[in-house]
Write a protein that binds this ligand. Structure first.
Ligand SMILES: Cc1ncc(COP(=O)(O)O)c(C=O)c1O
Length: 483
């Protein structure tokens, strides 16, 4: 069941995701809908890859881009600045209450991660007593930080790494993610689970040489590879404490979770931690421009200010005025239209409806999320429970007797990709994000919903109805008799 049309493959010069066909062609995008050339209006419940957070075709952002084009379409940021770059950077530093002091704007999440890795290394080279032996990073298994070689090196997603493994940096190692559904023991409390993960990080520092590590990299809310997994309370604080003990930087990748998606502008605001370096992207520009950014804390800025005073990194398109103008206007729309509040409210409603509609499905193992990102994890043999996150954000589903299984479908069954392709068919007309490898990096299927922050209750009902139909079409409608 493929969303691609084989006959068009030979006509297209595009290197599509599949060489075997072309995906549906989109001719218009408005609000929550993408219109195909066949006239089908696809309900965009995924915002692409969790990007289009204010919907499509917002007139204010389009106007802001046009105005910027009329003023300055491009200049080279190492030599010049623009009002657009200054305004966006000021907005971002202000939004952190000044704890993040400088902003480097780039064109994608992976580029922001690359910049963070380089900035971390430079920080240690510019300390009053430099620490050149610090060349390593510790990140997490099944994480995703991008597809460039540096960002993929730090990513722990096995399936995305495998064929490039020999080309990836050997200086990146991985510890377990905070993933209560699969990682927490049945008799463990949140505190014990957090303590075990902190010990694992401590052990990894010791194993690689604690004074060789530049930083620990984690997604604040694990995104598309684990499916909207909020951390167990206290987890990020505990991880930061381990970093502080060893003088390493605490780096949060909020490319996915940041800019409102999880119910606060910065996902770390809900965790009582402040990162030394932070990356953002998807919700920053909402898809109106290709844009990401690195936010740099005062501690790091202070060291560079006393050192070379120059970040040894630049790109032809960094600080691009069109990207900055679009991102700034997106953020004003989010503020003026109260969209983060709506994200929290509609997120809770989305979670509620998903639980009602799919919570007892035989193959739905877990439904989890925060704000407007929800993941439905699909297991061959499922055991339903959800622990470790706050009750209103993570659906608390009863523990069943045979919970030891949680066996995923084999990756060869292509369950999530088939649900995705089914959703795109005319009779379902919904765009969902398929995820894989959630169980062990290879097996384990996920469907992620990440609609725009301005969805209404009616939109949410439509999303859940269509998503459930697509899922049930592929998996059948069986309920778990034990529930
Ligand atoms: C947490 C996280 N970091 C980095 C990236 C890479 O972003 P991009 O695809 O814009 O390079 C992603 C993309 O999904 C992501 O979810």
């Amino acid at each position: 069941m493929s969303a691609t049309i084989a006959s068009e493959a030979t006509l297209s010069s595009v290197l599509h995701a599949s060489l075997g066909g072309s995906p549906p062609r989109i001719v218009a995008a408005r609000g929550n809908y993408l219109r195909t050339e066949d006239g089908v209006d696809i309900l965009d419940a995924s915002g692409g890859a969790a990007v289009s957070c204010i919907g499509h075709g917002h007139p204010r952002v389009i106007q802001a881009i046009k105005d910027q084009l009329d003023a300055v379409e491009y200049c080279f940021s190492p030599w010049f600045t623009t009002a657009a770059y200054e305004r966006l950077a000021k907005f971002l530093t202000d939004s952190t209450g000044g704890v993040m002091q400088k902003v480097f704007v780039c064109s994608s999440g992976a580029e922001a991660v690359e910049a963070a890795l380089k900035m971390a290394r430079q920080y240690f080279m510019e300390l009053a007593e430099p620490q050149p032996q610090r060349t390593r990073f510790i990140a997490r298994d099944r994480s995703y930080h991008g597809n460039t070689l540096g960002s993929l090196s730090v990513s722990g997603h096995k399936a995305r790494r495998t064929i490039y493994e020999p080309m990836l940096s050997q200086n990146m190692t991985h510890v377990s993610p905070c993933f209560a559904y699969r990682g927490m023991k049945a008799d463990e409390t949140d505190e014990q689970y957090v303590a075990r993960l902190a010990q694992e990080l401590e052990d990894e520092f010791q194993r690689v040489g604690s004074d060789t590590v530049c930083g620990f990299v984690a997604e604040t809310v694990a995104g598309l590879t684990l499916g909207g997994v909020p951390p167990v309370p206290g987890y990020l604080k505990a991880m930061k404490a381990v970093c502080d003990k060893h003088g390493a930087l605490f780096i949060l990748d909020e490319v996915f979770a940041g800019m409102g998606r999880t119910g606060t502008l910065h996902a770390w605001e809900q965790e009582g931690v402040v990162p030394h370096l932070q990356t953002i992207a998807k919700g920053l520009g909402a898809g109106y421009q290709a844009v990401g950014a690195l936010l740099v804390s005062k501690q790091v800025v202070d060291v560079l200010s006393k050192g070379t005073k120059a970040f040894v990194h630049f790109q032809t398109y960094h600080g691009h005025p069109l990207a900055c103008a679009a991102a700034y206007e997106v953020q004003q729309v989010i503020k003026d239209e109260g969209l983060i509040e709506n994200c929290r409210e509609m997120g809770a409603y989305l979670g509620e409806l998903l639980k009602e509609r799919l919570g007892s499905h035989k193959h739905v193992g877990d439904i989890r999320g925060r704000g407007l990102v929800w993941g439905v994890s699909i297991d061959h043999s499922s055991a339903r429970y959800c622990r470790g996150a706050r009750a209103n954000e993570c659906l608390q589903i009863e523990i069943v007797k045979d919970r030891q299984t949680k066996q995923p479908f084999p990756v060869t069954d292509k369950i999530a990709p088939t649900i995705h392709a089914t959703g795109l068919r005319k009779e379902f007309a919904i765009s969902l994000i398929p995820g894989g490898g959630v169980a062990d990096g290879t097996h384990g299927d996920l469907i992620v919903l990440a609609p725009a922050y301005n969805v209404t209750k009616m939109d949410v009902e439509l999303i859940v109805g269509r998503a459930a139909k697509a899922i049930e079409h592929v998996l059948g409608g069986q309920r778990d008799a034990k529930l």
